[in-house]
Write a protein that binds this ligand. Sequence first.
Ligand SMILES: [Zn+2]
Length: 226
Amino acid sequence: MSKRALFVSPHLDDVAFSVGAAFAALSKAGWHTILLTVFTQSVPEPTGFALACQTDKGIAPEVDYMALRRAEDHAAAEILGAAEVIHLDHAEAPHRGYDSEAALFGAPHEGDDLELDLPTFDELFVPQGIGGHVDHLLVVRATDHLKARRYRELPYGLRPDAPEALPGDAFAPSGRKLDACAAYTSQLDFQFGGEAAMRAALGGAQERVSRRAPGPSPDRGRAAPP
Ligand SMILES: [Zn+2]
């Protein structure tokens, strides 16, 4: 039976942007690769800041924004050669009372805890939380006790104020990765300033994955909010 690699993505795009080349390489090498995204729940009729997070990406209010992004994720997963795609039913931070950009990159609210029920794996890839987004910090907390490879999030890791990379392995970006990233159409303008800019930014950025060491605490691995 083939070995199982589980990649945990806080949002619909983080794994592809950050470790898409490593994911594609393992798929190609015959691993059973699983793309699991934590915060993917559809929330009907969002209002206020949550709605603004959708409309500022040019998505009309009546569109099911998360359904659209789950479809993008399936398209990306196919390009990456994923054997399995899992969308957990947790709501993104703007739907859990984080009502501003500052709140998204502030401390997790009291009682806002995340418990993860993960499928079995031989290798686990989880984020480091370097961008300081609260959803990423919750995933770091929920996986802190697990022996895992911890990937440095992109594009956060490209910022001049990003923390130093932990010792580990580097993977060169691949064409397959960049094509998969291009499938997240709704995020490209906001995150990079368009597809060409995404290809330029991620095409020049090595993926960095720490070895199976204990994880960084959310505070230690954090960059200052923008
Ligand atoms: Zn994210």
